[in-house]
Design a protein around this ligand. Structure first.
Ligand code: THU
Length: 137
């Protein structure tokens, strides 16, 4: 898995974050089974609730282009500024959205400060005992 490429893509996407209310900039890069990368940033809104997280922007872009099987996602988030000082974990809503298109036992969530400083989790560690499409049939 090209971890460093995925992290770099997420860092690039973070630069596009539209976060004038929180000033918290997030970038995400999702890797498809075909090894294509789709990126996203958080996009806030003056009415607050229509805001969307970087992870869901990336997944929405991929799914709307016909890609529904993913291997991994890299996420970088930190208050505005070049230096990323913390690991940014996906929020609960984004974990559930990832669950829709990923096998929790195989899908990797990479939280990174930079290409060399990152942690890798399986989705099932971040969303144990989850509810997914298989539960409906
Ligand atoms: N945010 C994300 O983009 N991803 C997450 O997983 C957590 C939060 C965004 C939403 C909002 O624009 C800002 O970070 C502060 O919550």
């Amino acid at each position: 898995m090209p971890v460093s490429e995925l992290i770099r893509s997420a860092m690039d996407a973070r630069k596009k974050a539209y976060a004038p209310y929180s000033n918290y900039m997030v970038g995400a890069a999702v890797l498809t089974n075909e090894l294509r990368i789709y990126t996203g940033c958080n996009i806030e809104n003056a009415a607050y609730t229509p805001s969307i997280c970087a992870e869901r922007t990336a997944v929405s872009k991929a799914v709307s282009e016909g890609k529904r099987s993913f291997k991994a996602i890299a996420v970088v988030g930190s208050p505005k500024g070049e230096l990323i000082t913390q690991y940014a974990f996906p929020c609960g809503v984004c974990r559930q959205v990832l669950r829709e298109f990923a096998d929790p036992e195989r899908f990797f969530v990479i939280v990174a400060k930079n290409e060399a400083d990152y942690r890798i989790y399986l989705l099932k560690e971040l969303l144990p005992e989850s509810f997914g499409p298989e539960n409906l049939y």
